[in-house]
Each structure stands twice: as C-alpha cells, then as structure tokens.
Design a protein. Structure first.
Length: 436
C-alpha cells in the first residue's frame, strides 16, 4: 500500500510539471507569434509609409510639371481629382497615415558644410543642461536653412559668478535636427547641448552673425522661462521680458533649460530667393504605432524649374539703397552706405561698368569706391560710362559689400542719383537713389 501511494504521489507531481512545461511552452509560442506579428505589422506599415511618401514626391513633381509657380513655400496635403494632383491647405489622410508636403525656397548652390558646435562647460557636477538652438525663417515666416550662405551665428554663454564663458556657433546651411515649433511637422531647429552645468545663474549674449551683413533682421529670443514656443510668433527682442532677458537659471526644480534664437531673412533677400528656380520638398508620413507613439518617415527632394532660363549676372545681383546717405561733413559731396552682393546664385558674378546720372551739370564725379577700393577715379559728367578697373567680382554667398564712396567735386544735395550696373555678361539694370 505504501508503495502504491508513493507511485500515486509521483504521478500527480509529474502531471503538474508536465502541465507547467506545456503552459510555458504554449505561452512562449503565443508570445513569439504575437511578437512576430507585431514586427511584421510594423514592417508592413513602414513600407506603406515609404510608398506614400514617394507618392507625395511624385505628386509634387506632377504639380511642378504643370506649373512651377504652384510650388509656393508652405505646408500642404494632397488631393487628387480627375487624375490631377493639387495641394490642399491641410495634411491629407490615407487610412491611419497622415501626409504633409513641406516646400521651402532654396538656392542654386552654396556651402556644403554646415551644422553647429559649442563648448561644454565641464563643471564639477553633472547637475543640469542648457540647450541652445537656432531656427531660421524668411521674411514671410517660411522655414529656411540659409542654404548658399557663408553666414554663421554665435551666442556666448557665461557664468556670472566666476566669469567663465564659452561660445556656441551655428554654421549654414542649418540642417534641422530638433522639433521646436509645435505648429510645423518635423525638425525645424539646430541645437547644441551643453552638459555638466552646476546649478546657478547663467547669462547669454545678443547673437552675432558672421558674414551675414544685412541678410538678416534683428534676431529674437525665447529662453522659455514662462512662455513655451509654439510658433515663430513666440519670440521676443533681446531683454524685452523675462523670456529674453539674457539670463537662464539652472536649478534643482528646472535642471534642463533651453534657449532658442529666431533668425529672419530681410525682405529683400527673401524676394531674391523667391525668384530662384529650386525648391526643397519634404514628404512626411506619420502614423500611430501605439497609443502614445508615432511612426514617421521623411523623404526629401529638390525640384527645379526646367523651363526657367539660367540666371544672368544681373538677376543674381542684389542691391540695398535703403541706407544710402550723404556725408554732410564733406560739404555734401560724398554718398555712402549702398550695399551690394550676390546672396545665393551659386556662382560668381562681375560688375564691369557703372553709369551714374544726376541733375547738377556743374558737379563732376571724381571717385567711385567699393569696399575701400577705388575702382574708378577721374572727372566725369552725368551719364559717363565708368569702366571699373579692376572689375568687381561678387562671390556667391559672401558678405555684402558696401559702395562706401561716390564722390563729386561739388555738393550733390537736392538731386536724384541714377545708378546703372552693367555686368560682365552684358546684362544691366538701373536704380535710383532719392535726393537727399
């Protein structure tokens, strides 16, 4: 009897072990099956997203082929009717996928280097961070990477208690890495992360632009002390309120802080870029992976207006006469502060000759100087063709140059001054400086 009872106990124990092994095995098979199905589903969704993004670029190409002027900077969705693609003002949806087409104005060439750099404070304690970011827009508030420019942006951070400072530098073109603006999809800013910052008060300087000249308007700031950033309207002039006062407190309750600087191109540069025949198009697809996580695919392509003729030298030429002024201390004989350049044509252009006109027959033109170099000197009457020696070459994306001296032998007050630039390729254009 004892032997039989022992055998019965062993049978129950063995049965429990068998059931446990069976349960674990079945659970593992079910888990692996579900996991494989999840992986397969996500792979299928990503493939579908890539195909939809490619379709977005193909649709944009179709719209471009119909009329290049349809590629206006902004964010759109797509609509198809009667086999014809058009843009709509909101993203389009295909099942669980959302598609956004973003168009920005770019240029025909420029710098191939870009990005950002910044020092790390290297404090003794890894207590906090300051994240410094820049974003760039044109004067119409469209995103712009400053492609084709030789500009760079500098912000100096400082620890007031001991005077230690370091410079964060951003180079163009700006390749967005972070999504700061919540009203636009995808990356829109370039950021540098400064780590190992002991708690305390830090300051930041006004941003300086190297080689930027008059390309850019006054930068605006938001250190997000009280105001979060949603749109390009959420920025302030330096020291206008607590979100732009030049101070950042890294404290235990707020150890990670961010400063964002908004750079905006001048209207004149924006108008120039808008006339260029290249647009950068990004097709973005998003879809829900889980209740709290989104998947995303982005494809980027540059679109060219193939029917657009090659830009002539004068079409690449930029001039700003808004700051022109007469040097009153010289008996009203000298005109200065006219800026010229070649913002982003992708090649050098050359000024060959200049013709100046004015309505004071007794006054004779004696000197014409650009960027502190006299290119013509003599004794000329109104309408004389000035052959510049040497010719003035303007490199693409270089800093703007100043016509810093147009000198007469007598006062030039009270007359409009006409300036015609004749380029080396023979193209020309005239501009008028209003009377002083």
């Amino acid at each position: 009897m004892k032997f039989k009872n022992l055998q019965s106990g062993q049978s129950v124990f063995e049965l429990l072990i068998a059931i446990t092994i069976f349960t674990v095995g079945v659970s593992t098979i079910i888990f692996l099956t579900l996991d494989a199905n999840t992986i397969a589903r996500r792979s299928t969704e990503r493939t579908q997203a890539i195909l939809l993004a490619q379709e977005g670029l193909e649709a944009t190409r179709s719209i471009r082929d119909n009329d290049f002027e349809n590629l206006v900077a902004g964010s759109y969705g797509l609509n198809i009717e009667d086999d014809t693609w058009t843009f709509q003002n909101t993203p389009d949806t295909i099942n669980q996928f959302t598609r956004t087409i973003s168009i920005i104005n770019t240029s025909l060439g420029g710098n191939e280097s870009g990005g950002s750099s910044g020092g790390i404070d290297g404090g003794s304690a890894n207590n906090g961070t300051i994240n410094v970011c820049v974003t760039a827009i044109d004067s119409e508030k469209n995103q712009n990477t400053a492609f084709g420019y030789a500009d760079s942006f500098n912000v100096i951070l400082r620890k007031p208690n001991n005077g230690i400072s370091w410079t964060v530098t951003f180079y163009t073109p700006l390749i967005p890495t972070d999504d700061i603006l919540s009203d636009t999809p995808g990356p829109d800013s370039v950021c540098v992360y400064n780590i190992k910052l002991p708690f305390g008060r830090y300051s930041y300087t006004v941003e300086s632009v190297v080689n930027g000249g008059t390309n850019w308007q006054t930068p605006r700031y938001n250190d997000q002390y009280t105001e979060a950033i949603s749109t390009v309207n959420d920025f302030f002039t330096y020291n206008s309120n607590v979100d732009s006062d030049g101070l950042i407190d890294v404290l235990a309750d707020r150890p990670d802080r961010s400063l964002v600087v908004l750079n905006q191109l001048t209207p004149a540069i924006t108008a120039f870029i808008n006339n260029l025949a290249v647009k950068s198009v990004t097709s973005t697809i998003t879809w829900p992976i889980t209740l709290t996580k989104l998947g995303s695919v982005q494809l980027v392509e540059n679109f060219t207006d193939w029917d657009h003729p090659a830009l002539t030298d004068i079409e690449c030429f930029y001039i700003d006469i808004s700051g022109a002024d007469i040097e009153h201390g010289s008996s009203n004989k000298i005109v200065r502060y006219i800026t010229i350049g070649n913002p982003s044509c992708g090649r050098a252009i050359t000024i060959d000759k200049v013709i100046l006109t004015w309505n004071k027959p007794s006054a004779k033109l004696t000197k014409f100087r650009i960027d502190n170099n006299f290119l013509w000197q003599g004794n000329a009457t109104s309408g004389t063709v000035l052959d510049l020696i040497p010719n003035k070459t303007l490199q693409s994306g270089a800093a703007l140059k100043e016509i810093d001296q147009i000198r007469w032998d007598k006062s030039i007050l009270g007359t409009d001054i006409g300036v015609e630039f004749i380029m080396l390729d023979g193209t020309s254009e005239s501009f008028t400086v209003p009377a002083f």
